[in-house]
Design a protein around this ligand. Structure first.
Ligand code: CKX
Length: 658
């Protein structure tokens, strides 16, 4: 049995520990001639953070293209019931559990482990935990490269194939791709073991802490308001690609009258020529080109429109000696996104965002991806007249974006930068400013920032070709009123700007302490996103009249600040128990939720620069226990099992008209 780290096998291109290398995007960036600028930005950031000393290591990971099966590529799902074991004493490494787990139970993949259990200690487990399964590696005639592709591993993981470490990853919401060609045996069954850990700290995204209980157990303390679900949340695939293969591609669009130009850039790992073909919905070839960068002219282009999507399919082929070496086909949508003054323009037309902040959250499966739940969510969103959602507070499973592309939904894609405010119970105390500290002056910042940059890079690398993604949200409710915050986020925004081949708008969601007078980061945003709770956390119930005054007052002050950009409400909402009614209303009843919304609508309709309303939240969701939460956050327009509360009908009435 081979042990220890895989010898002679490079972790490239999956996971790269290097100084100043970003393999996933280099060719795209070279096309735009921005590689040098990016290197400069990274150097500046790192040298500042290491007190001018060079050599700080940033771990950068390359997210592979979404796996697909075709005449040259293999994709085998490893989803199912895996072996599972907790490791509260963290002894798995010493006892070499990577060679096989004992005393295991079965655990579904994909899924969070927490709500599978009937005892609280298992549900709330914090620390290391392990998964194991087997896979058969086919003995293909052609020489191939083999990878494992995990949609995510929450929050950090080490992957072993036949006892050999083949990769590791920090961050629980983006793909992990590990090469296994050197460790796995062809024509045989291979053992796959994964060590995971779900602890949070102030250097991790999202942020939190770990508390030691008197009985010796660890308890995770998130600085955010959603349950810290962990496990293998998304599908796992065994993938094979030819030795010479397509590694990545990107597209950006230009509209010329009725025609469109699809500018593309392809990265391969070989020298053979690249061919690109574009087909319409009926499969008719509408444009083709040769070379790894170029443009496809589409005559009388069908544009991808809001809630009226048209998808073309782009095929990239590597040809050699008249034969196909590799191919990759994906659906893309032709559309442009731009901010002009206080308007958000899609294909040059103003669009008003209507919809929700969501969570990946459901009974039993926790944060595990499930096609049925996603389908129901889209149906409910469509029924209510929505056109947009924010992937609060982390990038979702790939399949959400595929569905959004298909359904013509607009997505604000968010990095897991949440919990960057240290206050008593964070999200709630934030509103009142209690125990407020300057989060970004702490010694943990350099590592946190490295993780943040990595997450931004991985998210843009993964999602850049989805027409549904119209903006990147780079934070949720951090401290933004200190010069430290400004310095921190300036670098995050600069980096994101350099990375996106389409140059989509950048934003971040600001909570109430980020006021028009104090916020030092709002001018980094191409459009400003506000999370506001006038009538809930501020002056709720009989005081709602004061809330109204305060809300208008704040908006007047934003107007006075004169940023001249669109504003979108990315959160507003009131906790509401699905069964609770009262006339006249009191807080927590369905009546109050509807009255609260009327106040918000009055404000939104008064100011031209308000260009969107995303209710918090689409559905009730699980959160940590506490006096602020009744078995979870109940601000859902739908219940956790996706049935409408009264307010859903009011939203539908309003949004059907906008
Ligand atoms: N915003 C005062 C972040 C979300 C929370 C939401 C809430 C807060 C409010 C901040 O993740 O769930 O309290 O409902």
């Amino acid at each position: 049995m081979r042990k220890g780290r895989q010898k002679g096998v490079s972790l490239l291109p999956a996971t790269l520990f290097c100084d100043l290398c970003v393999p996933g995007l280099n060719s795209i960036i070279e096309e735009k001639g921005i590689l040098n600028r990016k290197v400069k930005i990274l150097r500046k950031i790192k040298s500042r953070e290491s007190g001018g000393k060079r050599g700080t290591q940033i771990m950068l990971k390359f997210s592979e293209l979404y796996p697909q099966a075709n005449e040259k590529r293999l994709r085998i799902s490893l989803d199912g019931a895996w072996k599972f074991r907790f490791d509260p004493e963290a002894k798995g490494g010493k006892e070499q559990w990577q060679n096989g787990l004992s005393d295991t139970i079965l655990m579904p993949v994909p899924g969070s482990f927490a709500d599978m259990f009937t005892d609280a200690h298992s549900r709330d487990y914090c620390g290391d935990f392990w998964y194991e399964t087997e896979f058969f590696l086919p003995d293909e005639a052609e020489e191939k490269e083999y990878f494992l592709r995990f949609g995510s591993l929450t929050h950090r993981a080490v992957v072993y194939c036949n006892g050999i470490e083949v990769g590791s990853h920090e961050g629980g919401f983006l793909p992990v791709v590990v090469p296994i060609s050197g460790a796995a045996k062809k024509g045989e069954r291979n053992r796959l073991v994964i060590k995971l850990n779900n602890e949070l700290n102030e250097e991790s995204l999202p942020c939190g802490a770990v508390h030691q209980l008197k009985d010796g157990r660890k308890l995770v303390k998130p600085y955010f308001d959603f349950y810290n679900y962990a496990g293998i949340h998304r599908s796992v695939y065994l993938v094979s690609v030819p030795k010479e293969s397509i590694e990545d591609y990107s597209v950006r669009y230009e509209l010329e009258g009725d025609d469109a130009l699809v500018h593309y850039s392809v990265r391969t790992n070989g020298t053979h020529p690249v061919k690109v073909e574009l087909r319409d919905k009926e499969g008719v070839l509408v444009a083709e080109a040769e070379g790894s960068t170029g443009a496809l002219r589409v005559k009388n282009a069908h544009l991808w429109k809001v809630r009226n999507a048209y998808l073309y399919s782009i095929s990239i082929l590597i040809m050699g000696e008249g034969k196909l070496i590799d191919s990759y086909t994906e659906e893309i949508g032709i559309r442009t996104v731009k901010i002009e003054g206080t308007k958000i323009l899609l294909n040059g037309e103003p669009v008003y965002l209507k919809g929700y902040g969501k969570h990946e959250d459901f009974e039993v499966i926790g944060r595990g991806f499930n096609w049925g739940v996603a389908k129901r969510d889209f149906e409910c969103m469509k029924w209510s007249g929505a056109n947009c959602f924010r992937t609060s507070h982390y990038p979702y499973a790939d399949e959400w974006y595929q569905m959004a592309d298909e359904e013509g939904f607009l997505v604000i894609d968010e990095v897991p930068a949440v919990g960057m405010m240290r206050s008593m119970s964070n999200f709630a105390a934030a509103g009142s400013g209690s125990k407020y500290t300057y989060f970004f002056e702490a010694p943990t910042v350099p590592k946190l920032k490295a993780a943040h940059l990595q997450a931004v890079e991985e998210m843009i690398a993964r999602d850049k070709n989805h027409p549904s993604v119209i903006a990147w949200s780079l934070f949720n409710e951090p401290e933004t009123i200190s010069e430290y915050a400004r310095e921190y986020f300036k670098d995050i925004f600069d980096y994101a700007r350099e990375l996106d081949p389409e140059g989509r708008p950048l934003t971040g969601a600001l909570e109430k302490t980020s006021s028009p007078e104090k916020c030092q980061c709002c001018d980094l945003c191409d459009f400003v996103c506000l999370n506001r709770y006038y009538g809930w956390y501020i002056s709720g119930g009989p005081e709602i009249v004061d809330a109204r005054e305060a809300f208008f007052d704040e908006m007047d002050r934003w107007e006075k600040r004169g940023l001249n950009v669109p504003f979108v409400f990315t959160e507003f909402g009131a906790d509401t128990l699905g069964m609770e009614h009262k006339l006249p209303s009191v807080m927590w009843t369905q009546e109050y939720q509807s009255e609260y919304m009327e106040l918000c609508f009055e404000v939104f309709d008064r100011y031209d620069f308000i260009q969107g309303e995303l209710v918090w939240n689409f559905a009730d969701f699980q959160a940590s226990e506490g006096i602020m939460r009744v078995n979870g956050n109940k601000k859902g327009v739908f219940t956790r099992i996706r049935q409408p509360k009264d307010v859903a009908y009011r939203l539908k009435e309003r949004w059907d008209k906008i």
